[in-house]
Design a protein around this ligand. Structure first.
Ligand SMILES: [Zn+2]
Length: 418
C-alpha cells in the first residue's frame, strides 16, 4: 500500500538546499559566539587574576558596593565588601565544622535556627554549607572558571589554616560517605568504631571489614550467620611488620567492651558536678609557664650581654691584651650562641603551651556541657553521631590479644572524671 501525503508536493532538491543553508548559518553563528565567549573569557581571566570582582551575586558573608570604577559603557562596576553580621556566621560555620565536628546538615539547621537566609532568600541546606566551606573567597581568593586571583586581603574572613582543615574534613567525609554507601549496599549495620582504634601490639590501625558467616557442616546443613564485622590489624594483614597480636577481632565483641566503658564514663560524668578545682589547676599551670618564660627571657638577656663582651675580648686578645687566646674565645662565643638559640626555641615552645592551656581553660565550661549532653543523647543518637562522640571522647582504643582493650580518653574530657 502506498501512503500519500495530502499536503502540497515538496521539491526534495529545494528542501535539501534550505537545510544545508541552515546548517552553514548555524555553524557560522556558533563559531562567532565561540570567539566572543573566548574574548570574554580571556578578559575575565585577566580580571580574576588581578583580584577584581567579575560580577554575579555576592557570596554569603559579603555585599555589593559601588567601586568607583566605571567601565567602557559608562556603568559603575560593583565590588565586594565584607558584611559584618554575615561574617560572624561564616566564622561560626568554619569553627563549628573544624573544632566541634558539626556535619553540614546540623550546621545548616544551626544557621536556620538563627533565622539567616542565603542571598537567594532561601533556607540553608547542607549543600549551601558545603559550598561555603569550599569557597576560597573566604581566604581572599576569587575563583572563576578555574582561575584563581591573587589574594585580596580586605576580603579574607578565614585563616588559611582553618580553611585547609575544613577541606581535609570535607575530603574525609566524602571518603567515609563513599565507604558507608558501599557498606549500606551489602549490610544494614556497620561497626561502631573507626579512625581511633589501634593494635595494642604493633600500634598499627585496625581496619574494619565484613564477611558473610556461612558454612556447611558434614551433614550437609548450611548455617547462615549473616553478615558479620571484624577488625583487622593492618600491619599483620599486610605482613609489613612484626606483630605478635591477633590479626582478627570480632567487631561485635570489641564494640561491646568499648560501649560498656563509654557508658561507665557517662554514668560518672552525670554524677560529677563541675569542679572549681579544675580551673584552679589551670591557673597554677599557666602561672608556672609564665614564670618559666620570664626566666628564660632573662637568661637570654644575660647571654646576649656576655656574647657582646666576648666579641669585644676577641679584639683585645688579637692585640695581645687578653688573658684568653682567640681560639678559646671563639669557642665560648659559639657555645653562648647555641645557648641563646636554644632559649629562643624553648620560649616559643612554652608560648605555644601557654596558648593551649589558656584556650583549654576558657573552654572548661564548654567541654563539661558537651560531655554531659553526650551522656544524655548518646543512646538515641544516629550511628554517625555516636561514632563522632566516641572519636572525640576516646583518643585511642588499643585492642590486644584475648580482647584486652585499653582506652585513652581525651584529656579535655578526662579532667572531669579524675
Ligand atoms: Zn598489630
Amino acid at each position: 500500500m502506498i501512503y500519500r501525503n495530502k499536503g502540497p508536493p515538496v521539491d526534495m532538491k529545494l528542501k535539501f538546499q534550505i537545510n544545508w543553508l541552515n546548517y552553514i548559518r548555524f555553524w557560522q553563528a556558533n563559531g562567532e559566539s565561540q570567539k566572543t565567549s573566548m574574548r570574554v573569557k580571556t578578559r575575565l581571566h585577566q580580571l580574576v587574576e588581578d583580584g577584581i570582582y567579575t560580577g554575579g551575586c555576592a557570596p554569603f558573608g559579603y555585599r555589593l558596593v559601588k567601586s568607583g570604577v566605571v567601565n567602557k559603557r559608562g556603568k559603575e562596576l560593583p565590588t565586594l565588601e565584607i558584611d559584618p553580621i554575615e561574617k560572624e556566621m561564616v566564622i561560626t560555620i568554619f569553627e563549628k565544622t573544624v573544632k566541634d565536628g558539626y556535619g553540614s546538615y546540623v550546621m545548616a539547621q544551626y544557621v536556620n535556627d538563627r533565622k539567616m537566609l542565603t542571598h537567594n532568600g532561601a533556607k540553608f541546606q547542607s549543600n549551601t554549607i558545603k559550598r561555603i566551606l569550599q569557597n576560597p573567597l573566604y581566604c581572599g581568593y576569587y575563583n572563576r572558571g578555574g582561575v584563581t586571583s591573587k589574594r585580596v586581603k580586605e576580603l579574607q574572613i578565614i585563616d588559611d589554616a582553618v580553611f585547609d582543615e575544613a577541606q581535609k574534613i570535607l575530603e574525609q567525609r566524602k571518603y567515609t560517605n563513599e565507604k558507608k554507601t558501599q557498606l549500606a549496599r551489602t549490610a544494614k549495620s556497620s561497626t561502631m568504631l573507626g579512625g581511633n582504634i589501634y593494635c595494642a601490639h604493633c600500634g598499627k590501625k585496625l581496619c574494619a571489614n565484613s564477611f558473610v558467616d556461612r558454612y556447611t557442616t558434614k551433614d550437609g546443613t548450611t548455617h547462615d550467620g549473616g553478615r558479620r564485622f571484624r577488625y583487622l590489624c593492618s600491619g599483620k594483614a599486610m605482613k609489613r611488620n612484626e606483630c605478635d597480636g591477633q590479626s582478627v577481632y570480632s567487631a561485635a565483641r570489641v564494640d561491646e567492651i568499648v560501649l560498656d566503658a563509654l557508658h561507665k564514663c557517662f554514668d560518672k560524668i552525670k554524677a560529677t558536678p563541675k569542679d572549681a578545682a579544675i580551673e584552679k589547676k589551670y591557673r597554677t599551670q599557666i602561672s608556672q609557664i609564665k614564670l618559666e618564660i620570664k626566666r628564660l627571657n632573662k637568661e637570654t638577656e644575660i647571654l646576649k650581654r656576655k656574647l657582646g663582651e666576648l666579641t669585644e675580648e676577641i679584639a683585645n686578645s688579637l692585640m695581645g691584651d687578653s688573658k684568653f687566646t682567640p681560639d678559646v674565645l671563639a669557642m665560648a662565643i659559639e657555645t653562648t650562641k647555641t645557648k641563646i638559640a636554644d632559649n629562643v626555641q624553648r620560649v616559643t615552645e612554652k608560648q605555644n603551651q601557654l596558648n593551649d592551656k589558656e584556650t583549654d581553660m576558657s573552654k572548661i565550661d564548654y567541654y563539661y556541657e558537651e560531655f554531659v549532653s553526650w551522656a544524655d543523647e548518646f543512646d538515641n543518637a544516629p550511628a554517625e553521631r555516636q561514632r563522632m562522640i566516641i572519636c572525640k571522647l576516646f583518643r585511642e582504643i588499643l585492642v590486644g590479644r584475648g580482647y584486652s582493650v585499653q582506652i585513652l580518653m581525651d584529656s579535655s574530657y578526662e579532667q572531669f572524671l579524675r
